[in-house]
Ligand binder design. Structure first.
Ligand SMILES: [Zn+2]
Length: 299
């Protein structure tokens, strides 16, 4: 019996131990599971947190990129606008430089007004002179010179007069100070001092010294300048000369000098056309207004 009881006891013990083990394993498993579940939950939370942080960061980066892009675009526009401004300035400066260079090659005396009290220096002479071809001269034996820039305008004018069957010739062109002095002396002898002063000691003297001024003559008036205003040639010049840049320096009733219908000065097509259109005369125009035409003198 004792033996049986021991067995029974042992069995109870074993059973108890067994149950204990099961309980322990179960508890351990449950604990493990619970712990695992908790860890897994934490991992999931971390993951979600990470995902949200990543999204937040991504959105921030995207915003930053957008605003950086906008800022760069804005800056690019500013730089381009500034560059455009600089380019405009460079363009206008280079335009001014070109204009100044052009202007520096044109003698300002060529558009200066000369009067009884203000005329060219005795020593003034044009930089260059060319001979006027014989076909345009009244007297082939008389050498006539003009500055080279004016010759094409003169040729065109006389060629067109010829096409219109108008006999128009050059009688006088460039005259040096010395020639003028000699001429004045000649007139003094012929007409007497009073007439010579009126006829020759004139604005025209300076203008001839420039090499841009001519005295025109036609057939049928005995080789004289006087009477030119009563010829068809004069009417033609009065109507057309401005298109070739020539103006009448001393028109009828001009109030500052005697009428010289034969005496024509080259002042450039633009100025001559503007004077013609406005009905004004070179000598009644303000010198500063005239000077604005210097740059376009030979255009
Ligand atoms: Zn003259």
């Amino acid at each position: 019996m004792k033996f049986l009881r021991r067995i029974t006891l042992n069995q109870e013990l074993i059973t108890a131990a067994f149950i204990g083990i099961i309980v322990f394993v179960g508890a351990a498993s449950w604990y493990g599971y619970a712990r695992l579940a908790s860890l897994s939950r934490q991992v999931a939370e971390l993951h979600a947190e990470l995902a949200s942080s990543t999204a937040f960061l991504q959105s921030n980066i995207s915003e930053a990129t957008t605003s950086l892009g906008n800022a760069l675009q804005e800056e690019k526009k500013n730089v381009q606008a500034q560059l455009g401004g600089v380019k405009d300035q460079v363009g206008s400066i280079s335009g001014t430089v070109t204009g100044l260079e052009k202007l520096s090659k044109i003698d300002p005396e060529l558009l200066a007004k000369y009067s009884k009290v203000f005329f060219l220096s005795d020593n003034y002479a044009p930089a260059r002179l060319v001979g006027i071809p014989d076909e345009y001269k009244y007297s082939e034996n008389k050498p006539l010179q003009i500055i080279p820039e004016v010759l094409p305008f003169l040729r065109d004018m006389l060629d067109e007069a010829k096409e219109d069957a108008v006999a128009l010739y050059v009688d006088s062109a460039y005259r040096s100070f010395d020639t003028q002095e000699a001429l004045k002396g000649q007139y003094t002898v012929t007409y007497g001092a009073g007439t010579a002063n009126q006829f020759s000691a004139d604005q025209g003297y300076s203008e001839h010294q420039l090499g841009t001024t001519i005295d025109l003559i036609t057939l049928g008036i005995g080789g004289q300048l006087d009477g030119f205003d009563r010829t068809p040639a004069y009417s033609w010049v009065l109507e057309n000369a401005y298109r070739y840049g020539f103006v009448l320096s001393y028109p009828k009733n001009n109030g500052y000098y005697i009428f010289e219908p034969w005496h024509w000065r080259f002042v450039g097509v633009k100025l001559a056309a503007d004077l013609h259109e406005s009905g004004k005369h070179f000598y009644t125009m303000d010198q500063r207004a005239i000077d604005a035409y210097l740059i376009s003198l030979f255009d």
